[in-house]
Design a protein around this ligand. Structure first.
Ligand SMILES: Nc1ncnc2c1ncn2[C@@H]1O[C@H](COP(=O)(O)OP(=O)(O)OP(=O)(O)O)[C@@H](O)[C@H]1O
Length: 269
């Protein structure tokens, strides 16, 4: 993990004192989180902790009770409709399981955000779709296939191509490697790192995949007790005094941590 000092980093997403609930139940309570340009942030937390709720709230798919959300320095609440639409185009999303439209081909799925937000001739949208298909490592003949004709790994790549359709600054990936075999998952992680390096993409990755956390994430944030409990490097996680964090990062499944990541004071149980 390599981190620049926080004062050198541009904040691309800033969530402040965010509170979200359903009826009597408060899921997120005064949560704070910053994401910096060019980083891959791994976001973890127990099942049901509210990781998806946070992502959906930032994407304005769920209402919030309190708090502010700033994207690229603009507060969603104070911008006008045109600016809000412009901010929406700066964000891309890969939902869990891909969420492609089954009745549309890969190319048509990728072109959906273009149709919604841009006014481009069909030939240009076709060219752009093929570019995105190449970018995510799919062969051009995937363009005219339907989701049912694709493998799990190809669906993830096609969904990533759709998330990149509008050249976003920040992409949200909801458990991108779930359902992939270890080789497919490692290849997908490599692709994410490569896109960050070549496009300067910023990535917010909700994941349960310890390999992804250790191999591609620059920073980790843990959701617990309705807020971000701890954020930082793997060493910060290992040093943090919390039962769930300790069992997650030091438990049996954490044996995949490269030995070099563990200092003498941080043995895996
Ligand atoms: N639309 C909704 N209405 C009511 N409750 C909801 C709604 N969406 C989520 N919740 C509740 O909010 C809590 C957090 O859910 P969320 O899906 O964000 O968890 P998660 O951390 O993403 O879990 P997982 O890792 O299992 O996907 C859960 O208790 C869930 O039941």
């Amino acid at each position: 993990m390599n981190q620049r000092p926080s004062d050198e980093r541009e904040t691309i997403l800033s969530v402040k004192d965010l509170t979200v609930g359903f009826g009597e139940k408060i899921v997120l309570d005064k949560l704070n989180l910053d994401i910096y340009r060019g980083e891959i942030l791994g976001f973890v937390g127990a099942s049901g902790a509210g990781k998806s709720v946070l992502m959906r709230t930032v994407l304005r798919l769920l209402p919030r009770r309190a708090g502010s959300i700033e994207i690229l320095g603009s507060d969603y609440d104070t911008v006008d409709d045109a600016q809000r639409i412009s901010l929406d185009t700066r964000l891309g999303v890969l939902f869990q399981h891909g969420a492609l439209f089954s009745s549309l081909t890969v190319k048509e799925n990728i072109q959906l955000p273009m149709r919604e937000y841009l006014d481009l001739p069909q030939w240009l949208m076709d060219e752009l779709a093929y570019l995105k298909i190449e970018l995510v490592g799919l062969s051009p003949d995937a363009a005219d296939k339907y989701p049912s004709e694709l493998s799990g790994g190809m669906i993830k790549r096609a969904a990533l191509a759709r998330a990149l359709a509008l050249d976003p600054d920040l992409v949200f990936l909801d458990e991108p490697t779930s359902g992939l075999d270890p080789i497919g998952a490692a290849e997908f992680d490599d692709l994410i790192a490569q896109l960050r390096d070549t496009l300067g993409l910023t990535v917010y990755m909700v994941t349960h995949d310890l390999d992804s956390l250790f191999s591609v994430c620059d920073r980790i944030a843990v959701l617990g007790q309705k807020r971000v409990l701890v954020e930082g490097t793997l060493d910060d996680m290992l040093a943090f005094d919390d039962a769930w964090v300790q069992s997650y990062f030091r438990g049996k499944r954490a044996r995949s941590i490269p030995r070099s990541e563990l200092s003498a004071g941080h043995p895996v149980e």
